[in-house]
Structures are given as C-alpha cells and as structure tokens.
Design a protein around this ligand. Structure first.
Ligand SMILES: *Cc1c(COP(=O)(O)O)cnc(C)c1O
Length: 360
C-alpha cells in the first residue's frame, strides 16, 4: 500500500490514524458486533458516538453554553438557503461581503429569499484580498452580516474578526473551521461542510446562538429548521451517522495533537514553507495580498503557463496529487488542511525548486 500526498481542496485528506482506527472498528465497533454504519441512530451506541463528537467539538472550539451545535445534511450550499430561511426573522434584507467564488454562491442563493446588500466586495482586485472593514457599508437594520472566512478557491482568508455591531455575524467556515481557535461568541452562526477539514462529505456543522432560532420562515423544511433540529438533538431525521462518527475520531485526533492552538501553529509553519518560497522566486507567483493569504488553500501560478501540464505530471510521479487549480482561476492550488503533514509540504516545495531548476 502506498499513500500519496493529497492536496485536494475537498473532499480532502483525512489524518491517517483516523482512517486506521475506522478500519479497525469497521466490522465491530466496541464489541457491539456491528459497524457504526449499521447502527440505529436512536440506539445507545450511536447516541454515545454523537454526544462525544458534539462534546469534543464544543471543547476544541470552546463553544459557549448559549450556542447549539447541530450536525445536519445538505452541505454548505444547503446552508446558503437555510441561513436566510432561519435568520431573516421577519426582516427583509441581509448584508453580504463578497470575497470570491463561495461568497458569490451564497449571495446568489440568498437573493431568492431576501434583498441582499453587498456591503463590500473585492471584485476590483479580482478577489485577491479581503475588503478592509472601514470600507464596509453595513446596514444596521440587516437581519445578519454574511462572510466567507476562507475562500477555498481564491485562497483568501480573514485573519481578523469583523465587527458587525448588534447585527449577528454569520460565517461560512467550510474550509477553515477547526484549523485554529475561533472566538465563537463574536458570531451569531457558523456553518461548515465537513469534507475539507473535519471528516467525510455528508455532515454539515451549524453552530448557532440560541436566541437567533425559533423564528424560521413558515416554508422552511423541518429538517432544516434549526430550532426543530436543536430540540431533537439533530435527530429530527436520520443524521449522517457514519460521517458524524468519523468527525468524532478527527476531533479525538485534534485533541491529541494539542487542540486548535497547536493546530494553528502547525498550519502556520506549513503555509510559511510554501509562501516563503513563492516570495523568493519569480518562476512561480502567488496572487493573494500577503496579509490575506489563506493558511489552508495556497493558489499559485507558473510564470510560464505552458509548463503547467509538465509540472502536474512530475508532481504525480512523485505521489503529489490534486494540485491543479480550480477551473475558474487556473494555475495550481495546494490545499494543506490539518491532515496534510509537514512532510507533504516539504516534498512539494522541494519538487517546485527542482522543477524551477530544470525549467527556469
Ligand atoms: C466546499 C465549500 C462549499 C460547498 O460545500 P458543499 O458541501 O459542496 O455544499 C461552500 N463554501 C465553502 C467555503 C467551501 O469551501
């Protein structure tokens, strides 16, 4: 068996010890005689798995007691609709900050349910930076302010928490939740699909302040009404049981690594290896403003695009996969989430140097 260095943006690499543990427990979880996949979601075994995943997530992120943690389905794209359905609370508009492809999707979806005020946009810079808060035109009557904390495609990340005053701040954290500590109390709602940094595709995490729920629009599907799900411990419908189990194993692994402060240091060190090299060469370029560079997704371009294919082929031969950039931006993208070991980034930088030496 050979494992590769998988730089996929998502679904992404999982920590190897998590996969090994899941393999060990596949046929018989803790002497239950069953796989987790085969368990009733209402049985005591799965209820314990679910409760542990929630309690570890709460501990790792220091989620305050007045926040609900929900494990839902439908992905972050689903949340683009469920957020306005649940959080408009009779209001007719919401503020959105546009930092790139994922913000644009959120805006487009929200427009089906409310008036969207684009409070700030990085369009003029081709989405290579986060607009400075001083330039945001926030509406004090907006139902909420929506941001995407890490643009997975563009590689732009907030390294600060916006101040939305009394208006709840909502963040799509699909690609950086659990990569570093977050001051949850500064947000009204945080959501994330799991398949970037948390577990397999299929479970979506919602962390929501409890005073914001209970006023969903009447047409909100019950399975996506946060209050109904909170009242039923996310089991109003059958939850994605196996994905929740794997997320729980990832949380155990995160705790064993020293928690999110340790993870942040690890992620900063990994990203610095790549960015320092990108800054030192002109063979490759990094489009994103330095202060807004993502620690999770590192887009870069070869100065000579005609070498792209040769670069990817050489990477593949060295067991480094999924480095092709998103079709909307081209070039390359290295996604280096929690599960990417520092050895993977070192191997990538060594290969980039070697490629530069032979083609520069
Ligand atoms: C991947 C991603 C999404 C889409 O998530 P789905 O699970 O496909 O719905 C949305 N937002 C961000 C920031 C992402 O990285």
């Amino acid at each position: 068996m050979t494992r590769v260095f998988n730089f996929s943006a998502g679904p992404a690499a999982l920590p190897e010890p998590v996969l090994r543990k899941a393999a060990e427990e596949m046929l018989d979880w803790h002497d239950s005689g069953m796989s987790v996949m085969e368990m009733s979601h209402r049985g005591k075994e799965f209820i314990a798995i679910h409760a542990e995943a929630e309690s570890l997530l709460r501990e790792l992120l220091a989620v305050p007691a007045n926040y609900k943690v929900l494990f839902l389905q439908g992905g972050a794209i689903g949340q683009n609709a469920f957020v306005p359905m649940n959080l408009l609370r009779g209001k007719s508009s919401a503020d959105y900050v546009n930092t790139g492809e994922w913000s644009k999707k959120s805006i487009k979806e929200a427009k089906k349910y409310c008036t969207v005020n684009v409070a700030a946009t990085a369009e003029a810079s081709q989405f290579t930076q986060v607009p400075k808060q001083a330039a945001w035109k926030l509406d004090p009557n907006a139902a909420y302010v929506h941001i995407c904390s890490n643009e997975t495609i563009g590689g732009v990340e907030y390294h600060w928490t916006p101040d939305s005053g009394d208006v709840p701040l909502v963040a799509d954290m699909s690609s950086n939740l659990m990569s570093r500590p977050v001051e949850v109390s500064r947000y009204g709602l945080i959501y994330a699909g799991a398949q970037k940094n948390i577990g397999p595709a299929g479970v979506t995490i919602v962390i929501v302040r409890d005073d914001l729920i209970g006023n969903a629009a009447s047409f909100t599907p019950s399975a996506f009404d946060y209050k109904q799900q909170a009242d039923n411990d996310s089991m109003l419908n059958t939850p994605p049981t196996y994905a929740i189990y794997i997320a729980g194993l990832v949380f155990q692994w995160l705790k064993a690594q020293g928690g999110l402060t340790a993870m942040e240091a690890h992620n900063r060190a990994k990203a610095a290896l790549l960015y320092d090299y990108l800054d030192a060469t002109s063979f490759y370029t990094s489009p994103v403003a330095r202060e807004d560079r993502s620690l999770m997704n590192v887009p870069f371009k070869l100065r000579d695009e005609s070498l792209d294919e040769a670069f990817l082929k050489g990477a593949q031969a060295r067991k480094m996969l999924q480095l092709k950039g998103h079709r909307s931006v081209g070039g390359m993208r290295a996604s280096i989430y929690n599960a990417m070991p520092v050895e993977g980034v070192k191997a990538l930088v060594a290969y980039m140097k070697e490629f530069e030496a032979s083609h520069g």
